[in-house]
Design a protein around this ligand. Structure first.
Ligand code: 5GP
Length: 362
């Protein structure tokens, strides 16, 4: 685990509100409990429960959103989430979140995203490069920081890109609004669109027009796909040919073969799949089959807060569950660079980061 923590890593499937710290969530809930908006003890019980079905996870998200959805809190959790990933040597992250509206507090999808960007700008404990031009102004390697006692330590640097999520509860118009917003926010690091939310809600045909529009306008697409058995939807999603998919737990027959044939990278979230009972045990997880045939894969957390995990823990789990050694784990972490949505310039930088890790080891 310690070794997995020390290596550079790339995180491509992390939901902002699912990555919130437990301590922050409890603090926010306690504050709202004091004002009588919610009953804290009920909330605490739900947060601290460790085993949840997929349906219960979505109920939990409704509770999380009750306490997090205001501009100041969104900025705060963005800051904390990026600090947490950087602290375990994640060097590139695509953080995804669903832009939300709430007329009562003057929140629009745009102002929600502005709060996310404010959060990124407010980070000063690590170097954060999130705008496309940040590439030119930063050296790819860690800079040095000097504390009050004149101790010099390498300062961590993390490259951040954003994906805007469409929630499956949304209408075609809502989804289109999110895609248009993503196009307007390319200059603050938005690189793509995600389709997520409760997989038993909504129809693929509702989201298709917005996703197609996104694709035609150069945004990369990742879809939560095959989280529940729904072969028709899986087939339609594969026909759409997204750049990546998340989960892929319930693929069978032709769809499984097609996924392999199309070589679509899969974001693998081991703990999430087990905790939500999507996969009964790691012994039967599809990672093994895909890894064996060299299918493009990336290890991710999904919701590090909700599932009490971290990228390092997920790599460590992959190592023990599938018998991978350090060399294989390092290569797996490095291969993820190929599947990022940011441009080749960033890929080059990330490759240098991985090279320098190897050089330092030698
Ligand atoms: P947010 O978009 O609010 O920052 O992050 C939480 C949201 O991400 C949830 O409300 C849900 O829409 C989506 N999400 C988080 N985890 C999962 C997951 O495992 N599966 C699916 N389909 N959606 C998820």
């Amino acid at each position: 685990m310690e070794w997995c923590q020390s290596i550079p890593k790339v995180e491509l499937h992390a939901h902002l509100n699912g990555s919130i710290r437990d301590s922050t969530l409890l603090e926010l809930a306690r504050d709202l409990g004091e004002t009588g908006v919610l009953v804290f003890s009920d909330f605490e019980h739900v947060i601290l429960k460790s085993d949840r079905s997929l349906v219960e996870v979505f109920k939990l998200f409704d509770l999380i959103h009750m306490v997090t959805t205001d501009h100041t809190t969104i900025s705060r959790i963005t800051r904390e989430v990026i600090e947490d990933f950087a602290s375990e040597n994640v060097v590139y992250i695509e953080l995804r979140t669903t832009p939300k509206k709430n007329k009562l507090i003057g929140m629009s999808k745009r102002s929600y995203m502005e709060a996310v960007v404010e959060g990124l700008k407010s980070i000063n404990s690590v170097d954060v490069a999130f705008m496309p031009h940040d590439v030119d102004t930063h050296s790819p390697l860690n800079s040095l920081s000097i504390d009050n006692n004149c101790n010099v330590t390498p300062r961590k640097r993390i490259y951040v890109r954003l994906l805007l999520s469409i929630d499956r509860r949304e209408t075609t118009e809502d989804a289109m609004e999110t895609v248009k917003l993503a196009l307007e926010l390319k200059d603050v690091g938005v690189v793509g669109i995600d389709l997520s939310g409760n997989p038993i809600v909504g129809e693929w045909t509702t989201f298709w027009p917005a996703l197609q529009f996104a694709k035609e306008n150069g945004l990369a697409i990742t879809l939560h796909c095959g989280e529940v058995p729904n072969p028709k939807e899986i087939q339609a999603m594969l026909d759409f040919w997204p750049q990546r998919i998340g989960h892929a737990c319930f693929f069978e027959g032709d769809n499984w073969e097609k996924l392999k044939h199309l070589n679509i990278p899969v974001e693998i979230c081991l703990t999430s799949n087990i905790r939500t009972n999507s996969i009964s045990s790691l012994d039967v997880h599809h990672f093994a089959d895909l890894y064996k045939v060299n299918h493009p894969l990336v290890i991710c957390t999904d919701d590090s807060g909700v599932f009490s995990t971290s990228v390092s823990k997920e790599y460590s789990l992959a190592a023990s569950a599938f018998g991978l050694g350090k060399k294989e784990i390092f290569q797996l972490a490095r291969d993820a660079i190929e599947f990022i949505f940011a441009d080749n310039e960033i890929k080059k930088i990330l490759n240098q980061v991985f090279d320098s890790y190897v050089t330092n080891l030698a």
